[in-house]
Design a protein around this ligand. Structure first.
Ligand code: SF4
Length: 421
């Protein structure tokens, strides 16, 4: 690795999340695209230690830190890698006490106050594009930015959080692109389970569901990349598969239609997938164009099909809307991948069975996660308590369902009939 003043680190997470496909897209979005922006705007090379993806040995991490006299390091931190990040950070501060460190990602967004009693120098604030704050922080570390003028940076001093400037959002035109030569792309493909590039199409979501971080990261107003820029990027790549990363790809139907038409007219032949809500799948013309332009799969955050489950998490759609979406996608040969949650507030075994029976009857693929009430985390918890808020294993209890059976349900969903009895 060449010498550099700056480093990004994604520390290893726990056993249950390591190299997990649920986290895989975030390596492109929160590392690849962000580094690209920072490098271009600071005009210096930035190093990356994606320990989670590369499974780097501790000795090599330490060697890298000792060989480089980094001026600043940005750590990506979610609930699962918090403990390891704190440990690693403590070692780094021993070796490089003058190096400035900043935390970005899920944790500072959910629980900024947690960092008051840590050794980090700063965190990225809510509702700020992360790369803006990291760029300003890196510039500050080499004397190119005044402390008070850093946008979206919160400094940690004497166990207090001190806000610098308010956060800002970039224009979509300025967002970076993952450079396959910069990141360990083969490892990312391994996590994605195919040679698939993840590309941010939109940021921001108007819905603000309580268990989701989309709004805390990027606000309620959706911003989209320009169609021409997306086509240009894809036409310059060699890969066949793409995941279009957007909270709700079909929210802005006009823009989604434009992109599909451009892909058909000017784009390389690719296969792509995206994510959306069940109630945003009602425009047949759009679905037809998506299929024609290479869309082979849509992941849909239905959470449940059962009426009470949906009401309990404030969802306004019902099973009829979900079924219409399934039928429409099947008509155009697009896979409907249902994202469901187990352990939702007041959910019963019967509710889960109802949802799984429904999806099974309609031949829908299911990707389950555990309902995780991140909003219940508080700054008095320690890193170990916080690490329990893991989307794969979090469990508060369902009547007559043991934790073992809950885990079986998550990791062996096709056998749900046997598990639920
Ligand atoms: S609609 Fe989806 S992306 Fe938007 S807040 Fe809800 S869960 Fe998150």
């Amino acid at each position: 690795m060449e010498r550099s003043n700056f480093l990004f680190i994604w520390a290893d997470s726990g056993l249950s999340t390591k190299s997990n496909h649920v986290n895989a897209p975030y390596h492109f979005v929160h590392v690849g695209e962000i580094i690209d922006y920072v490098e271009k705007n600071i005009n210096q090379k930035v190093n990356l230690l994606d320990i989670e993806a590369e499974e780097t040995e501790f000795q090599d991490i330490m060697k890298n830190i000792m060989e480089n006299q980094y001026k600043a390091i940005a750590f990506y931190v979610n609930t699962e890698n918090l403990q390891n990040t704190i440990k690693l950070h403590d070692y780094i501060k021993e070796i490089l006490p003058t190096c400035k460190t900043i935390v970005y990602g899920e944790m500072p967004i959910y629980l900024p106050k947690f960092f008051k009693s840590t050794n980090f120098d700063a965190i990225v604030s809510r509702e700020c594009d992360q790369e803006i704050a990291i760029l300003d922080f890196f510039k500050y570390s080499i004397g190119l930015k005044e402390k008070e003028k850093m946008r979206g940076v919160i400094l940690i001093q004497n166990k207090q959080l001190i806000k610098c400037q308010k956060g800002e959002y970039l224009k979509a035109k300025e967002w970076g692109y993952t450079n396959p030569k910069k990141v360990p792309i083969e490892k990312y493909f391994k996590m994605e389970k195919k040679e698939q590039v993840v590309l941010t199409i939109a940021r921001g979501c108007p819905y603000d569901c309580p268990y989701c971080n989309a709004v805390l990261y990027y606000g309620k107003k959706e911003r989209r990349r320009d169609t021409k820029d997306i086509i240009n990027y894809i036409n310059n790549q060699q890969y066949e598969y793409y995941k279009f990363f957007a909270p709700d790809f079909t929210l802005n139907e006009e823009e989604a239609i434009n992109l599909c038409k451009s892909l058909i007219k000017e784009g390389r032949k690719i296969k792509w997938s995206c994510t959306t809500r069940p109630d945003l799948l009602q425009n047949e013309e759009l679905i037809k164009l998506m299929s024609k332009s290479g869309c082979y799969k849509i992941a849909i955050g239905i959470e449940s099909v059962e009426k009470n489950d949906l009401e309990n998490v404030n969802k306004k759609y019902d099973s009829k809307v979900i079924l219409e979406g399934i039928n429409l996608l099947q008509k155009y040969n697009i896979e409907y991948k249902a994202l469901v949650m187990f352990g939702m507030p007041n959910q019963t075994k019967n509710n889960i069975k109802y949802t799984l029976d429904f999806l099974n009857t309609h031949n829908v693929k299911i990707r389950p996660t555990a309902y995780t009430p991140f909003y219940e985390m508080n700054c008095n918890m320690n890193a170990e308590q916080i690490s329990k808020y893991d989307k794969r294993t979090y469990y508060e209890g369902i009547n007559n369902l043991s934790y073992g059976d809950f885990l079986r349900l998550i990791y062996d969903t096709p056998n749900y009939k046997q598990i639920l009895g």
